[in-house]
Design a protein around this ligand. Sequence first.
Ligand SMILES: Cc1ncc(COP(=O)(O)O)c(C=O)c1O
Length: 465
Amino acid sequence: MTSEPLLAADKLNQDPRLAEAKKLILDAVAEHQKTLVSVRPPRPELAASYEQMLEQFGSIRGGKTFFPYLGSGLGNGPFVELADGSVKLDLITGIGVHGYGHSHPRLINAGIDAALSDTVMQGNLQQNTSSCDIVKLLTDVACESGAGLKHCFLTTSGAMANENSLKMAFQKNHPANRVIAFTHCFAGRTLGLAQVTDKAKYRVGLPDTIAVDYVPFFDENNPEKSIAYAVRRMKYHIDRFPGKHAALWMELVQGEGGYYEGNTEYFKALIEVAHENNIAVIADEVQTFCRTTRPYAFQHFGLDQDVDLVTIGKISQVCATLFTDEYAPQPGLISQTFTGSTWAIMAAHAIVSGLIENGNFGPAGKNVRFNQYFSKGLQAIGEKYPGSISGPHGVGGMVAFTPFDGTPEIASELVKRLYHAGLMSFMAGGSPSRVRFLLPLGCIDESHIDLACQIIENVVAEMDN
Ligand SMILES: Cc1ncc(COP(=O)(O)O)c(C=O)c1O
């Protein structure tokens, strides 16, 4: 015999009218999604109003968007409808955010549950049980092969998760006030993180905030030498500023930097020096989370025993800083009005548990299989049009290639042409510049990758002439 729920909220959730309403909503969405199954060009009759909306949006926000993109509000897996009537194959997913593609029933379900969960946002003083559920899931998964990341603080952006991790590291290792980071890393755009990010252009006109010393990133063409050199550089910085480094900042697979992957030996060599010198090891997984063979990239590289703080974002919707007992902040250091929207928090649970249940992880999981399948397709195009595509690079759900001579101009030109042909990608890196993809791992299949390769081949053929 099932007992009567004690909470009014549980009674509401079990009300058969809700189940019926959800079914009606999902059926309606499914019906209208049926037309969004391939790419298509804009509708001429919408061109003028669309152009006007874009102009107005660009002018109000203070600059045009990179793509002339305004979504209509409906999609179907990796396909998304724009307000000009076109349909794009979205393999960049808002630079890694829409891991379940567009209008996915799993996330609509989470959204309906969220809309019925009282508040739009959660945060200071008042959080719901859904916050408990997600921090439990994130820490359980993080600790499953030996990491000590028992704690998790939610937040609204990758940059805030990173800021919080730095604050915890600085506080624990006070008065150390410097950071060691990898060359070409990207950490975010706050005043603090603009200093950690190794790109001068992103801090033009900003005051100096954190002092950062850089060590060269792993060079796959010269593994042993590059490891020895990075260790030497790290020791050099430590000798120069003894006791002054609070954190070693690690982006395990460089995203914005161009999809460069480190390896376990490289990371372990630097971590050893960090821990000998009481330097916190922080892994910035804002871009890598859920994209490698394991939910966390530190697990993929076997660094479970080594990381002190880990940050996640993008695909998880709600962002978070995970930390060990040792780095727990003192009261007052970390607090925010918003830890996340209720939908982001509930969607995070649906996404992370969904990817685990649906076989995305493991050495032969979907993340690896999609990477291999896409890489093969790209290689075949490169062979057919020599000099057009080199690589491919990246790991799991992060795929990139160097187009033609790898100049920023050619990469940008290709990305724009792909967009107009119906495929969404983006640039990464500097020299060389690459074209990259962040796959919607929860909804993609091989047929979508075939279509992407067909579009890339057509555009490459055009540019090869
Ligand atoms: C590795 C990494 N860290 C931090 C960030 C910043 O995240 P957000 O844009 O959510 O602040 C990004 C965003 O691209 C990132 O790729």
